[in-house]
Design a protein around this ligand. Structure first.
Ligand SMILES: [Zn+2]
Length: 244
């Protein structure tokens, strides 16, 4: 690890650089998160579209069933006609009884099929209503997505502009600091995941929440060189206007 003593001026510039870097990280995160909401909306819309597809499958299935039942009804009407003929042409009681039985069975089948069709129609009715609801919802989400996309584009442009500004500020600042000091900062930044310089509040390191020992604290108050937190190793500073 590179150790070096920074001038007060360098320290102030690096703290400023750290502030800029932290803003850049936040903006970049925001930029990345922006399309997330659109993705969520698209997922919901897709779920609804899948539901519509499942409803359509069921509608198709029920329509098929309905056709079959209608065929059964027609066949049984024919059977009734046949039974009537048989009854009229019956030569004995047995034939007569047979014809009556045939007619009764056909009538029973027609009633059963009719009832089933009624049930199917009821379900179809419900499915069509459900389908309409889903379609309205999908359309609503599509509108929301389009609106959100517009918003996101605007925000993206704004954030990109801000990032560019910060990038410019960063470059300007870096040009005012010696390369080894910048290198020192970059190394530390990598080590601590961003926060290299942390303010002390109530004699406590805000990087790790440990109390700063008196020796370090006194050194900090006197402004004598770099003061490291003995616990987490970050560089401590006292913010302007705050004492302790
Ligand atoms: Zn600490």
């Amino acid at each position: 690890m590179l150790m070096l003593d920074l001038s007060k001026e360098d320290l102030e510039k690096l703290i400023k650089l750290q502030e800029i870097d932290s803003k850049i990280i936040k903006l970049e995160l925001k930029l990345k998160e922006l399309p997330e909401e659109i993705k969520r909306f698209e997922e919901i819309a897709q779920t609804r579209r899948n539901k519509i597809a499942r409803i359509d499958e069921r509608i198709e299935e029920l329509s098929q069933k309905r056709k079959e039942l209608e065929k059964i009804i027609n066949e049984n009407y024919k059977k009734i006609e046949e039974a009537k003929k048989k009854k009229a042409q019956a030569k004995n009681l047995e034939d007569y009884k047979e014809a009556i039985k045939m007619k009764a069975e056909a009538e029973k089948s027609i009633i059963k099929a009719t009832k089933e069709i009624e049930k199917i129609l009821k379900e179809l009715n419900q499915l069509f209503r459900e389908r309409e609801k889903m379609e309205t919802s999908v359309a609503e989400f599509e509108r929301k997505i389009a609106k959100k996309e517009e918003e996101v584009q605007k925000t993206q442009k704004m954030l990109e502009r801000k990032l560019q500004e910060l990038g410019g500020l960063r470059e300007q600042l870096i040009s005012e600091i010696s390369p080894e000091v910048v290198e020192f900062y970059e190394e530390k930044k990598y080590e601590f995941g961003g926060n290299v310089f942390v303010p002390v509040y109530n004699k406590t390191c805000t990087g790790c929440s440990m109390q700063v020992p008196s020796a370090q604290y006194t050194k900090l108050l006197r402004g004598e060189g770099l003061v490291y937190c003995p616990n987490c190793g970050r560089i401590l500073f006292i913010e302007n206007g705050s004492r302790g």
